[in-house]
Write a protein that binds this ligand. Structure first.
Ligand code: AMP
Ligand code: MG
Length: 493
């Protein structure tokens, strides 16, 4: 790897981003200043220009050599002060001690009408927190993160976003030799539960307070005026996390590595590794090949998030003081999650009128039928949008037809009197036609490895609007092929 080169003079037509510092206000204990390590011959793979516009980035600048080098970590962009933050965390249920940004570099913040957004490079080299890692990310996993950030955002699920994806022929050793890539990702903040755990477990309670005050001031200003601001902060994070879990479950998203260091303090989906959208509905599905115990199985995600919130609550105890206050905040999780979940299912079923007592049972009776026949989760819900006029395509998804018919009779009765056109329209806004199935990612990765990025760009376009039909892209909405079940995604990335 070569040293970071000096930047060529900027394109005179391009306006450089107005970088602001990030995390500097917290003080040196929170991060290390890090120079990126250059990769050989960087090249563009894709740019998310819609997001670039939201960030106020100049299109000329996005096309510049400065952007390519700077966003691949081959040069330090003028005005940025790259740093890696320190955090700790619980991994697979065990305290893992200090972790930190082992391969992420925070460049700074950009002002936007929605508030400052932080820009981070993933895979731009080693940091003091890399431990045994090389600080790199391979093309395959970077493509998955890039696509999935878009997929989740398109689905309306809170997530970090991705601005662009660059690659390099520099070799990276995993199970085999692969090539490097860098995802430029963005979020109002990348702070994790693990940041709080770090300063709490190491007994640095002044710094813990500084961190909590910073998060309250920037993201949870309502907590500042509460009688117990830190318990209120916990409560607010419980609320956002419960709602996020309901959104994941409703769309069939499995994260795969719900360690506390991968849990966003803002309730964003964060750190895309061995994630998967369900194909056939299997509540016990484990998407992470390394998760042999199934700790992060699909149906365990809501309770694992609650467990993770307990870790956050524990970390905040030096500030909250009274255990009962913390427990009271944590206890609200179940109610918020269940109400949100029922709300999603009611919307997915097209129950556009006021809730009725039997609505929960309608859902509870349906899910075992989907599970038993491993009915394709996305296709079932999408076909159900047309059930009033075309019931057969839904019925055809089941092996146990009579069990489905019995459920459908109750469902039809429940829908009586509802405006079917309005119902269909509403259902099509919450039951996506397209999700980032594993095999779609895999196909894009294979093409990209052969130097063809067109399939990646096509998929990005579709995932941006997953609730619309995209004529000509029907294959992307189809059932997973048989080979999809043999794709093994592990933590290796
Ligand atoms: P993850 O399982 O990807 O969330 O990562 C857990 C921890 O390992 C974090 O501290 C990461 O920064 C670090 N890490 C993962 N992969 C690498 C790598 N290739 N080089 C350095 N650190 C890494
Ligand atoms: Mg992580």
């Amino acid at each position: 790897m070569s040293a970071v080169p000096a930047l060529a003079p900027a394109d005179p037509a391009a306006t450089a981003p107005a970088w602001q510092g990030a995390l500097g206000e917290l003080g040196d204990a929170f991060f290390s200043r890090v120079q990126p390590q250059a990769l050989q011959s960087p090249y563009w793979i894709d740019q998310n220009l819609a997001h670039a516009r939201e960030l106020g980035l100049d299109e000329h600048w996005m096309q510049s050599q400065e952007a390519l080098l700077g966003l691949t970590g081959c040069a330090v962009l003028p005005g940025t002060d790259p740093l890696a933050s320190v955090y700790s965390g619980h991994q697979f249920g065990h305290w893992a001690g200090q972790l930190g940004d082992g391969r992420a570099l925070l460049l700074g913040r950009l002002p936007t009408p929605q508030g400052p957004v932080e820009i981070q490079l993933k895979g731009a080299g080693r940091t003091p927190y890399s431990r045994m890692g090389d600080g790199r990310a391979v093309l395959r996993s970077s493509i998955r993160e890039y696509l999935c950030s878009q997929a989740m955002h398109g689905l309306g699920i809170p997530t970090t976003q991705a601005l662009c994806l660059t690659g390099s022929p520099s070799p990276v050793l995993r199970e085999e030799v692969e090539t490097a890539a860098v995802v430029t990702r963005t979020a109002p903040s990348f702070l994790r539960f693990g940041h709080f755990e770090h300063f709490s477990h190491s007994g640095q309670h002044d710094l813990l307070r500084r961190l909590a005050d910073h998060v309250i001031e920037r993201f949870y200003p309502d907590c500042a005026g509460a009688p117990e601001p830190y318990a209120q902060l916990l409560q607010a994070v419980v609320d956002r996390t419960a709602r996020l879990m309901a959104q994941w479950q409703a769309v069939g998203f499995c994260h795969g590595v719900m360690n506390t260091d991968n849990m966003s303090i803002l309730g964003l989906t964060l750190d895309y590794g061995p994630f998967q959208f369900l194909d056939g509905f299997d509540p016990e599905h484990i998407c992470n090949h390394s998760d042999t115990g199934g700790r992060y199985a699909y149906n365990r995600q809501p309770s694992v998030a609650h467990w993770n919130l307990f870790c956050l609550g524990q970390a905040l105890m030096p500030l909250i003081g009274d255990k009962e206050l913390a427990l009271a905040a944590l206890e609200t999780y179940k109610g918020v999650f269940e109400a949100a979940m029922l709300g999603h299912y009611r919307a997915k079923l097209g129950l556009i009128d006021a809730p009725q007592p039997g609505d929960g049972a309608l859902v509870d009776d349906l899910m075992p039928l989907l599970a038993k026949d491993r009915v394709d989760h996305t296709i079932f819900w999408r076909r159900l949008c047309d059930f009033a006029h075309q019931p057969e395509p839904v019925r055809d998804l089941f092996i146990a037809r009579s069990a489905f018919d019995a459920w459908a009779q109750v469902y039809r009765q429940r829908c009586q009197g509802l405006d079917t056109a309005q119902q269909r329209q509403q259902m099509r806004r919450c039951n996506p036609r397209y999700v980032l199935r594993n095999h779609l990612g895999e196909q894009v990765i294979q093409a990209a490895k052969a130097g063809d990025f067109a399939p990646l760009r096509d998929l990005m376009r579709v995932l941006r609007n997953p609730f619309e039909d995209h004529p000509g892209q029907e294959a992307l909405a189809d059932f997973a092929p048989a080979w999809a079940s043999s794709i093994e995604i592990s933590c290796s990335s």
